[in-house]
Design a protein around this ligand. Structure first.
Ligand code: AMP
Ligand code: MG
Length: 414
């Protein structure tokens, strides 16, 4: 019997990791580096926007009270207001202004009638060469007016700390005249491969295999918003792993791959311990990815990922990406989930939650998830066609054809 501690359920493991992460210090970055990051502080509106009531339509700015009787009502056109110009004449009873979308509303007007509900009266019927228009609409006050301050009022909290900056949020800040925003800085992430069987891509293999974990994890780090640094490959000795890990000062997160199982050459846990990394847990009740080890030293988070290429990517998705997003100040960092139906059948022994690579396609109003032919975690190929991970819960042993299932969209797809 093993005396290893009980395996942690996936949700608890993620919660514990997130408990070790707090947003990093703030920096001001240009807008185009802020996309996908979170605000580090509340942002107050510096400008009232729109700065004036303005028209939502091309048409005529009118006084609604002029149009309460029988239609049409004939009005004199005082001026034409274009977007980018300020009106100069008040709209007095019996008059209106021709107005374009986005142009400021002239004083006196309290509604806009769209051009399609009007008919300009030909010049020859207008005795003083004044423009005349017949209005075929009885607007309520405020019709087609975009009120001043609808987007922002000076001094109001425009966006709160923690707000994820998507494209419209950045547009809103841009409209305030902001060219940079405060966000937590990007996590610096060291990536170390371990294993005597590994070589770099530019080395003759000589019986070894190319290290794929480090470069793929580095891409995943970048996609999650972090800044990866490759530390190379450590040989399978305690000293080599320890020596490599000793070069991680200044990093927020250290990712290793392989050497965390119970093999004779699995030295990562020992090396972390020798470096004074406090181990928070080892092993999660999942497949692939069971041997994950998690520790902390100072502010730095150490995550020892399993060596099988697919296992390292799956654990990245389930644990590392949420951690990086939390360091980036984002609050909602749980993996996204969508519901779907299983195409085919699945079975397993209870005890571990399985995260099955599936290709999901939309058919007849539902997302159908088809497990890929091979699920071996050693084969990266089994990950290449996957669009989602299907969560096959720990306590279940079978899922029948058509079962309703929880799917996690993968961040690693093209
Ligand atoms: P280990 O956890 O060290 O037993 O490694 C598990 C499996 O993952 C072995 O088949 C390793 O050869 C493979 N592996 C470990 N590290 C890498 C890597 N960086 N790139 C590709 N395969 C790896
Ligand atoms: Mg190994």
């Amino acid at each position: 019997m093993s005396d290893a501690p009980a395996l942690l359920p996936v949700e608890e493991a993620r919660a514990r990791i997130l408990g070790l992460c707090t947003p990093l210090s703030a920096e001001w970055v240009p807008m185009d580096d802020a996309l996908g990051r979170a605000l580090a502080e509340d942002v107050l509106a510096r400008r009232t926007l729109p700065p004036w009531d303005n028209s939502a339509m091309d048409g005529y700015a009118v006084r609604a009270a002029d149009l309460s009787g029988p239609l049409p009502v004939r009005l004199t056109v005082g001026e034409t207001v274009f977007a980018g110009k300020l009106p100069v004449r008040e709209v007095v009873p019996g008059t209106c202004a021709r107005i374009m979308t986005g142009a400021p509303l002239p004083s006196g007007a309290d509604a806009v009638v769209m051009r399609e509900r009007t008919r300009a009266v030909p010049r020859e019927q207008a005795p003083d060469a004044v423009d005349i228009v017949d209005i075929h609409d009885a607007p309520g006050p405020g019709q087609f007016i975009r009120p001043r301050g609808e987007d922002a009022r000076e001094g109001d909290v425009l966006l709160r700390r923690g707000t994820p900056l998507g494209i419209p949020e950045l547009g809103l800040l841009w409209a305030q005249g902001m060219a940079s925003v405060p966000v937590p800085r990007r996590p610096r992430v060291a990536v170390l491969s371990t294993g005597d069987e590994l070589c770099r891509v530019d080395e003759p293999p000589g019986g070894r295999i190319v290290d794929t974990n480090a470069p793929t994890l580095a891409l995943a780090v970048r996609r999650a918003g972090g800044v990866p640094t490759l530390l190379g490959i450590a040989r399978d000795t305690r000293e080599a792993v320890q020596e490599a890990l000793a070069r991680t000062d200044g990093f927020d997160v250290v990712l290793t791959s392989a050497g965390v199982s119970v093999g004779d050459h699995d030295f990562v846990k020992d090396a972390l311990e020798a470096l004074g990394v406090e181990q928070h847990f080892w092993r999660v009740a999942i497949k692939p990815g069971k041997p994950l080890v998690v520790g902390k030293r100072g502010a730095a988070l150490f995550l020892g990922l399993p060596g099988n290429p697919t296992s390292s990517l799956v654990t990245f998705e389930l644990f590392v990406r949420p951690a990086l997003r939390r360091l980036l100040g984002l609050e909602d960092v749980e993996p996204a989930r969508v519901s779907g139906r299983l195409e085919g059948r699945l079975s397993k022994a209870p005890g571990l939650a399985h995260f099955v690579r599936v290709t999901a396609t939309w058919r007849a109003g539902e997302l159908w998830a088809k497990p890929l032919g091979t699920q071996t975690s050693g084969a990266l190929r089994s990950a290449t066609a996957a669009t989602h991970l299907l969560h096959f819960p720990r306590e279940h042993s079978s899922l029948t054809d058509g079962s309703h299932v929880e799917l996690i969209p993968l961040s690693w797809v093209a």
